[in-house]
Design a protein around this ligand. Structure first.
Ligand code: ADP
Length: 158
């Protein structure tokens, strides 16, 4: 069964990667769908995010990496994915994620949203936290794959 894992991934962290690893063992195919949001400025271009994720997931089989604009549900329909995967780190994620899952169900009842709880060790991680640490010259190699740590360090180096 195909599962769509949508997100900004700006950039991908070890928290995202953990979910991708686990989803690839649970489901046949994982489509990593990078949202191109014209209303939100991003740190990395969609193309660079594809390159970063391709490198970081090269050890995992059955992965596709795509970009999309617009509704996630339309992306799931387009790629024939019956499942949308989202990650939960804390209660604060839950409220927002539940609202989105309910909304998506009103748009297409044949597509289910499923949730995986983060690995405890990664529960503090978010793309914005990593960027903040990198911006102030902190250590980020335990937070993101090497290619992304290099990109961030180059981006924020004085
Ligand atoms: P979005 O802007 O759609 O929330 P993100 O790239 O921030 O995009 O997150 C994509 C998905 O990955 C979300 O479901 C989010 O909850 C999940 N996620 C983010 N960080 C982690 C983490 N450290 N552990 C598990 N899941 C995570």
């Amino acid at each position: 069964m195909k599962v769509l894992y949508p997100g900004s991934f700006d950039p991908l962290t070890f928290g995202h990667l953990d979910l991708i690893n686990r989803a690839s063992q649970l489901f046949g195919d994982v489509i990593i769908a990078i949202l191109e949001n014209p209303n939100k400025s991003s740190t990395f271009t969609p193309n660079r995010r594809i390159e970063q994720i391709t490198e970081a997931t090269k050890h995992i089989k059955n992965i596709d990496i795509i970009t999309y604009e617009g509704l996630t549900i339309d992306c799931a329909i387009k790629y024939n994915a019956k499942l949308i995967l989202r990650g939960l780190r804390a209660m604060s994620d839950f409220e927002y994620e539940l609202q989105i899952a309910h909304t998506n169900r009103t748009l297409d009842k044949s597509i289910e949203t499923i949730f995986l709880a983060t690995e405890t060790f990664h529960s503090f991680l978010s793309s914005s936290v990593v960027k903040e640490v990198a911006m102030f010259g902190g250590e980020i190699k335990h937070m993101v794959p090497e290619i992304i740590a290099t990109d961030l360090n180059n981006l924020y180096k004085q």
